[in-house]
Design a protein around this ligand. Structure first.
Ligand SMILES: [Zn+2]
Length: 249
């Protein structure tokens, strides 16, 4: 059987044995696949330096549906984003995005998630530095929503009651905002009207309306997102890249 050719993004790459690498690829047509790149660490390997985290290109894969580990025949890089490798803040956001997709993408092909990831990597690479926090938060919230874990922001997450104006309570455990009655005696984060508006814009893909966030606000929004992901998406499992991005300033 000839290999299949598919657009792919490297979500994870690590050494295997003396000379090989194992990669996790997000592919356009075949979902997330693990593959071995034999000889990828030899000095004269045909893979060269192509198999870096966040590289985007065309993968030639020998696919056997019954196998967990596929064989990567070739990988031609199409889009280089040197800005991501040069700037630790951009790189941390891209790595957190890759980790989220690698760990929680459904097994079946999901072209929308592929398109979302490449668009967000482009944006993270090129957005003005003062808008990077909003860009990263928007990329990660957008991915959380695309994976099917959108928070409840329209009405009270517990009983569907109308939300008050002004400062409102967000409950990570309940997965959204709470009305005053439900918020009583519940551990919540209090979001001012402007923070609530920022969160709504992040979740609904309107981050262009946010512009720059102050460092303190950005840190609070990063913490909220990380806690939400840990609770609803990750089921308590460790997410190293997300932790690094969240704690890094
Ligand atoms: Zn309520």
């Amino acid at each position: 059987m000839p290999p299949v050719s598919t657009p792919a993004v490297v979500l994870h790459a690590f050494p295997y044995g003396e000379t090989s690498k194992i990669v996790r690829l997000l592919t356009l047509e075949h979902g997330v696949q693990s593959a071995i790149a034999k000889g990828a660490r030899r000095p004269n390997s045909k893979f060269g330096a192509c198999l870096q985290l966040l590289s985007e290109g065309t993968a030639q894969l020998y696919l056997k549906p019954t196998r967990e580990l596929q064989t990567l025949a070739e990988f031609d890089v199409i889009v280089q984003r040197p800005e991501l490798a040069r700037d630790v803040d951009r790189y941390a956001a891209g790595a957190a995005l890759a980790e989220l997709v690698m760990r929680f993408s459904p097994a079946e092909p999901h072209p929308e998630i592929y398109q979302l990831v490449v668009a967000e990597l482009d944006h993270l690479a090129t957005v003005a530095k003062e808008e990077l926090d909003a860009a990263a938060l928007g990329a990660l919230w957008g991915t959380v929503c695309a994976l099917g874990f959108a928070p409840n922001i329209g009405v009270c997450a517990r009983d569907g009651a109308e939300l008050p104006g002004g400062t409102v309570a967000f409950s990570v455990a309940d997965g959204g905002f709470l009305c005053r009655r439900c918020a009583r005696g519940t551990a919540t984060s209090k979001l001012t009207a402007s923070d609530r508006q920022v969160l709504e814009r992040l979740i609904t893909g309107r981050r262009a309306e946010i512009g720059s966030l102050s460092p303190r606000h950005a840190a609070a929004h990063r913490r909220l997102l990380a806690r939400f992901v840990e609770r609803h998406v990750a089921d308590g499992r460790e997410l190293r890249a997300l932790d690094f991005w969240q704690g890094h300033s």
